[in-house]
Write a protein that binds this ligand. Structure first.
Ligand code: C2E
Ligand code: MG
Ligand code: MG
Length: 700
């Protein structure tokens, strides 16, 4: 102790000789370094009672106490829990007491005749300091024992020289064993380690024994008495001799099963789709990455990725509700998992999108065979919530024969091929090829350019006449959008699908509407058409979803000054199928605003004439696919006749689209079709050419 005590050190002297007491008192009083308070007791029993009151910092005990001796007092005091240091004082010639005193726990041992003030004072100080250190050590040991117990740790000490292990009772009970059920051989441990983990564990121990790791640590499974495995974390530290050789390792064992399970659950959740429990995109990409790496090392390790998208899933979802939609997805996931090998990875990476990684393919054609099998599997309807649900899938396939570097590229190509399958009529599969890739890149470029086209005013309208078959008069024009792409006019067939997919259809549609009406007003003003011709404008289903469509139409009409009944809006059947209720309401609103409505491309969809009753159409435009000549013409004529007469009953006019020949035109006239449109009369023309067209008609 290097600093002065802040308060006096309380010392109890147990001494049956008063002279010795006085001597001691004087010695202590002489000390300059420390202050002492000295109490004195001469009797053994009184001394023991006093010691047990723990009022003193230190005891000075005479070895000779009548019939009893200081050693006995020392032992009794210790066993009563006295932690304060005790210094034994002896007379000359009691030298052999030394060892016994030390064993009994005396802090020091002084021979009375040799004591001077300095020696006594120093012995007291050293004893106090030592006691304090011991106390701290004991506390920390206790804390450790407590925390070990608190953490439910088992303890073990492996004596390497004797090949014996001490296992604490807790160590054994963690595995379900009583204390006496397990001996002390290392095998008691090793034989219970999971066969898959034992090598790792031994390796970790060896490394530490040889001094290659600062401490030993291992997570492994241990078989308990009930034959179930639990995860254990074992940690330890080697004790080494002077040569650095490990003689013992002491360590702990913690049951980490719960933590392992929690981590496993979290990991599972992070890499799986919550609905179907299939791997998710992250896990799929990881597996694909590994497949790529294996393939790079070994070219025969062929793989394929199938990109599967359910056809018309949205319709199921919208008509039957999300709950049944989810059930269908779960059903599909199950069917896919059941029919594929466990080495294949089936993942759900989006709403109704599944991806499949097929590995270890003998022949790359096996991928196509699998796609075919999946499509056959899906033919069996799903029984969900009392419904029989039929679903099909479009599948795109990407093969490892294309040299891929990144998993994203494989997935992208499978996706492109899937789109191809969809656009070729769904419920089919396509294998990706480079031509597809080029097309996809072009499409992307097209999209970007189209966006710019709208901003740069590169859109144009062409006008195709609609004529009366009765008298050949020109009754109106259909406005058809074109894109002037550096002098080349891109047709609507190419523009509209992309515009619909990207949302560009809304600005394009608005522009077409105002431009067509502006043009009609300009013709009126120039006296072209005599104010009698109508204008037909196409509306995409996407445009019908705009809540302000009616307002958009009426304000465009107002701006142009064109009467509402001269505007014909053309919509296709798909609108009526996908959201019949909403469409009917909107069409009635448009009708109420005074515009005319045409059902475009009639005959290409599924709607029956009678179902059209609920929609307020003024005109039916029969698709040109009905004009195909050949053996069937008698039948198609029959259909056209029926359609036309039913339309008449429903109060609709009929226009036939796509007339190209004189014969077709005559046939349609015979069938009493009223209006017609087609190259036979005129191709779509520029606004500037309309005047010439009209005067030519007038000459007719
Ligand atoms: P649609 O409304 O049925 O328009 C008729 C299409 O048939 C036009 O193609 C026209 O050029 C073509 N056509 C006309 N007569 C004949 C013929 O005798 N033979 C052949 N083979 N074809 C003929 P286009 O302009 O490419 O338009 C295709 C479709 O794109 C249109 O079909 C329409 O649904 C849509 N569309 C065109 N312009 C617009 C527009 O401004 N907005 C919207 N939403 N859709 C439009
Ligand atoms: Mg049309
Ligand atoms: Mg049409």
């Amino acid at each position: 102790m290097s600093e002065l005590e802040p308060r006096a050190i309380r010392v109890l002297l147990v001494e049956d000789d008063e002279d010795d007491y006085i001597l001691t008192r004087e010695l202590l009083a002489d000390s300059r370094r420390s202050q002492f308070e000295l109490d004195w007791i001469s009797n053994f029993d009184e001394a023991l009672t006093a010691i047990c009151r723990f009022n003193h910092d230190l005891y000075l005990v005479d070895y000779r106490l009548g019939e009893r001796d200081g050693l006995e007092l020392l032992r009794r005091a210790k066993s009563n829990g006295c932690n304060a240091p005790l210094i034994l004082l002896t007379g000359q010639g009691d030298g052999d007491v030394d060892v016994a005193a030390m064993r009994a726990g005396a802090a020091d041992y002084l021979v009375k005749g040799d004591i001077d003030a300095q020696l006594l004072e120093r012995s007291i100080r050293y004893s106090l300091e030592q006691s304090r250190t011991l106390h701290a050590l004991r506390e920390s040991e206790e804390r450790y024992a407590l925390s070990a117990r608190g953490a439910n740790d088992g303890l073990w000490v492996w004596d390497l020289t004797r090949a014996e292990v001490y296992y604490s009772p807790r160590w054994k009970s963690m595995l379900g064993y009583a204390d006496d059920a397990i001996g002390n051989s290392p095998d008691e441990w090793m034989s219970r380690v999971h066969p898959d983990d034992v090598e790792l564990l031994r390796g970790a121990i060896d490394l530490h024994v040889h001094g290659d790791t600062p401490h030993f640590e291992s997570e492994h499974r241990m078989r308990g008495r009930n034959d179930e495995y639990r995860w254990m974390l074992s940690r330890g530290l080697a004790v080494r001799d002077a040569n650095g050789n490990a003689t013992r390792i002491a360590g702990s064992q913690t049951d980490i099963t719960e933590r392992k399970l929690a981590v496993e659950r979290l990991t599972h959740d992070a890499f799986h789709d919550a609905l179907t429990q299939l791997p998710n995109r992250a896990l799929f990409m990881d597996r694909l990455q590994r497949a790529l790496e294996t393939h790079r090392r070994r070219a025969t390790a062929r793989f394929a990725v199938l990109f599967l998208d359910l056809d018309r899933f949205k319709i199921v979802n919208d008509s039957l509700g999300h709950v049944l939609g989810d059930e269908l997805l779960i059903g599909v996931a199950q069917r896919l998992s059941e029919m594929l090998r466990t080495s294949d990875t089936v993942a759900r990476i989006g709403g109704d999108e599944f991806t499949i990684l097929l590995e270890g393919l003998d022949h790359i054609t096996d991928a196509v065979r699998t796609a075919r099998r999946i499509q056959e599997e899906l033919l069996v309807p799903f029984r969900i919530g009392g419904h029989e649900i039929f679903t099909t899938a479009s599948i795109g396939i990407a093969l490892s024969t294309t040299r891929y570097d990144r998993p994203e590229d494989v997935l992208r190509d499978a996706d492109i091929a899937m789109y191809r399958a969809k656009s070729r009529g769904k419920a089919r599969h396509e294998v990706f090829d480079t031509a597809m890739h080029e097309r996809a890149v072009k499409m992307l470029q097209f999209e970007t350019d189209l966006r710019r086209a709208v901003e740069r005013d590169e859109l144009r309208l062409l006008y195709q006449p609609i004529v009366s078959l009765r008298d050949g008069t020109l009754v109106g024009f259909e406005a058809l959008v074109r894109w002037d792409r550096g002098g080349e006019l891109i047709r609507a067939d190419e523009i509209i699908p992309v515009a619909e997919e990207t949302g560009l259809i809304l600005p394009i549609g608005r522009w077409v509407l105002t431009e067509a009406l502006r043009q009609l007003a300009a013709w009126d003003a120039a006296g072209i058409g005599g104010g009698r011709i109508d204008i037909h404008v196409n509306l995409s289903p996407k445009q019908l979803l705009q809540p302000n469509l009616v307002e958009q139409v009426t304000s465009a009409l107002a701006a142009s000054g064109i009467a509402a009944q001269r505007l014909h809006l053309e919509v296709t059947e798909s609108v009526l199928i996908e959201s019949a209720e909403a469409a009917a309401a909107l069409l009635r609103d448009l009708k109420a605003a005074g515009v005319c409505l045409s059902l475009d491309d009639f005959g290409t969809g599924y709607s029956s004439l009678s179902s059209l009753r609920q929609f307020p159409f003024d005109m039916l435009k029969i698709d040109r696919s009905f004009l195909i000549d050949g053996g069937e013409s008698a039948r198609t004529d029959e259909i056209v006749r029926t359609v036309s007469s039913l339309a008449g009953i429903l109060g609709m006019n009929v226009t036939i689209e796509g007339l190209e020949t004189h014969e077709q035109t005559e046939r349609m006239r015979e069938l009493s079709i009223e209006f017609a449109q087609g190259f036979y009369f005129a191709r779509p023309v520029r606004a500037e050419e309309v005047a010439a067209l009209l005067s030519a008609k007038v000459e007719n």
